[in-house]
Write a protein that binds this ligand. Structure first.
Ligand code: ADP
Ligand code: MG
Length: 260
C-alpha cells in the first residue's frame, strides 16, 4: 500500500542526539582548611571514563588531601563530588567510603602477608568462591603473575607486590581508581615497565583514574590530562605536551625542566 512515511523517521530527523554520559568523576569547588590555611583551595576538575588524570605538584601542595576527600576518608569544608553524575558527598551529605566504588592504591598499601597472592586479589570480592578466584586469576594473568598465584607476598619482589596491589584494587571493578604516588617506592629501572603495564591494564578495564605524583616525568608518561597544583590550587590544566610546551609561568617551566 502507499502509507505515508513512518512517524519514527520524522521523529528521527528532529530528535536531538542523546546527551553524552556525565563524567565518571566530577570534583566541584573543593576546599579543605587546616589551622586557618586553605590546603585545598577551590579545586574543580572532571575525569571521563577510561581517562587518566594526573594531579601533579610539589610536596605539600594538597594532592593527597584532595585524594583522601574523594576517597571519603577525609571531609571537605567546601565543594562537592559526583560519580557518574550522582552526588557522593557535599558538606552535609556523605556516602561512606566503602559504598563509593572507588579503588585505592598507595605506595605503602601493603598486601596481607598471611594470604596468598590470589587470596589477596580476591579479598574485596563478593559472590561464589569460584567466581572470585576466576576474576582474581584473570587479573593476575594480566599483570604477568599467573605463575605466582599461590605464592605468598614475602616471596615476591617489590615490583611484583605492586602489581598484585594493582590487581587487588581493580578486582571489584571500581568506577574510579585513586593512586597516590604508587610507584615511588620502586627501583628506577622497574618503574617504566610497571607504568606501561599499569596503563595498559587501566585502559582495558576502562577505569577512570586519578593519579597523584610529584614527578612531572610520570605525569607526562601516564596522563591524558595534567592538573598542575600549587599551594592548594590548580594553576594549569591540559594535555601533557600542551603544558610541557606552554607552562603557565616560570615556576611551572622550572618544575618541568627536569623531564627527560
Ligand atoms: P601533598 O600530598 O601534595 O604532599 P598534602 O595534601 O599531604 O600534600 O598536604 C597539604 C598540606 O596540608 C601540607 O602542608 C600538610 O602539612 C597539611 N596537612 C595535611 N594533613 C593535615 C592535617 N590532618 N592537619 C593539618 N595539616 C595537614
Ligand atoms: Mg602526598
Amino acid at each position: 500500500d502507499s502509507s505515508p512515511l513512518p512517524a519514527a523517521s520524522a521523529a528521527a530527523r528532529t530528535t536531538a542526539p542523546p546527551p553524552p554520559p556525565p563524567p565518571r568523576l566530577t570534583v566541584e569547588h573543593l576546599a579543605r582548611i587546616f589551622d586557618g590555611r586553605r590546603v585545598v583551595d577551590d579545586v574543580s576538575f572532571d575525569v571521563p571514563a577510561g581517562e587518566v588524570a594526573c594531579l601533579l605538584g610539589p610536596s605539600g601542595c594538597g594532592k593527597s588531601t584532595t585524594l583522601r576527600i574523594i576517597a571519603g576518608v577525609e571531609m571537605q569544608d567546601e565543594g562537592r563530588i559526583l560519580v557518574d553524575g550522582a552526588l557522593v558527598c557535599d558538606t552535609v551529605f556523605r556516602i561512606p567510603p566503602e559504598r563509593r566504588r572507588i579503588g585505592l592504591m598507595f605506595q605503602d598499601f601493603a598486601l596481607f602477608p598471611h594470604l596468598s597472592v590470589v587470596q589477596n586479589v580476591a579479598f574485596g570480592l563478593t559472590g561464589p568462591a569460584a567466581a572470585r578466584r576466576r576474576r582474581a586469576a584473570e587479573l593476575l594473568e594480566r599483570v604477568h603473575l599467573a605463575h605466582h598465584i599461590d605464592s605468598y607476598p614475602h616471596a615476591l619482589s617489590g615490583g611484583e607486590q605492586q602489581r598484585v596491589a594493582l590487581a587487588r584494587a581493580l578486582a571489584p571493578r571500581p568506577r574510579i581508581l585513586l593512586m597516590d604516588e604508587p610507584f615511588s617506592g620502586l627501583d628506577e629501572r622497574l618503574r617504566d615497565d610497571i607504568r606501561d603495564e599499569t596503563l595498559s591494564l587501566l585502559k582495558d578495564e576502562g577505569t577512570a583514574v586519578l593519579l597523584v605524583t610529584h614527578e612531572p616525568g610520570e605525569a607526562m608518561r601516564m596522563a591524558d590530562q595534567i592538573l598542575l597544583m600549587r599551594g592548594g590550587r590548580i594553576v594549569q590544566r591540559g594535555a601533557p605536551y600542551n603544558i610541557y610546551n606552554a607552562p603557565v609561568d616560570r615556576a611551572a617551566a622550572a618544575f618541568f625542566s627536569d623531564v627527560n
